[in-house]
Design a protein around this ligand. Structure first.
Ligand code: ADP
Ligand code: MG
Length: 251
């Protein structure tokens, strides 16, 4: 469903993605692990079109995100195409980035109404369903500041789902949370992985959750995927010595 081919990205002289290839099947759940600075977030941001790669191609269902003219460099296929492609992908970040001046309900309905042009009543009903699903039915009229970190992150997940993406990206979504609220957010993600036919990519430092959630785990190191495989294989029998050292340090 998603194909990254030969993706290169540098910030100045720092190479962050180094000729990276990755194919993701429809509904596949992929965990991205690896040391800090190895390019995991940048790969998700490139798919979200928040960063533009220097080289390479990204396709969603065979349609490229970017055109590559012969004289080098990448240009968006065109603004309209890019907006259409972006609708396929939802992302949740470590920082929740909710709109502080909007109620929980409006945080979830804002983009469907203003970006997708969905009727307000329909958007409201759908938002209530999603907030119910993430266990926040009774918080629809609260404001973000009145919620715990875990609750805010669950609103952020509902907000991303309200755009009906086919791919959900999670970037260390529990790293900023108090330990006692991590479980409630992981439990929402676990339900999503079971109930929906969503394709999911998740950057996480929680190896226990990666093992349980993922069909495949990819180990990033210096802008490349050094090793990948089913969680049991990768965690129990890592082949690459960098993977072994990383897992020794975090497990
Ligand atoms: P990871 O998510 O694996 O920790 P990142 O993809 O966030 O790694 O970052 C890889 C490297 O790129 C890091 O060294 C980071 O500091 C650097 N980096 C990321 N974004 C930028 C940016 N906009 N400008 C300069 N350097 C960046
Ligand atoms: Mg990161």
């Amino acid at each position: 469903m998603i194909r990254f081919s030969g993706i290169c990205k540098a910030f100045g002289s720092l190479v962050v993605l180094d000729d990276l290839d990755l194919d993701i099947a429809p509904a596949e759940k992929v965990a991205l692990i690896g040391p800090s600075g190895s390019g995991k977030s940048t790969l998700l941001r490139v798919l979200m079109t928040l960063e533009r790669p220097d080289k390479g191609s990204i396709e969603i269902d065979g349609a490229p995100l970017w055109h590559m003219p012969k004289n080098g460099g990448l240009v968006p296929a065109d603004g309209r195409h890019l907006r259409e492609m972006r609708k396929n992908v939802g992302m949740v970040f470590q920082q929740f980035n909710l709109f502080p001046h909007m109620s929980v309900l409006r945080n979830v309905t804002e983009a469907p109404v203003h970006v997708l042009g969905i009727d307000k009543d329909e958007a409201d009903a759908r938002a209530r369903d999603l907030l119910d699903m993430v266990g926040l039915r009774d918080k629809v009229n609260h404001y973000p500041a009145q919620l715990s970190g875990g609750q805010q992150q669950r609103v952020a997940i509902a907000r991303a789902l309200a755009m009906r993406p086919r791919v959900m990206l999670f970037d260390e979504v529990t790293s900023a949370l108090d330990p006692e609220t991590v479980g409630e957010v992981l439990s929402v993600i676990r339900d999503l992985a079971h109930e929906h036919n969503l394709t999911m990519l998740m950057v996480t430092h929680q190896m226990g959750f990666a093992r349980e959630f993922a069909d495949r785990v990819c180990f990033f190191y210096q802008g490349r995927i050094l090793e990948q495989g089913p969680p049991d294989r990768l965690f129990n029998d890592p082949q690459n010595e960098r993977t072994q050292a990383f897992l020794r340090a975090v497990l």
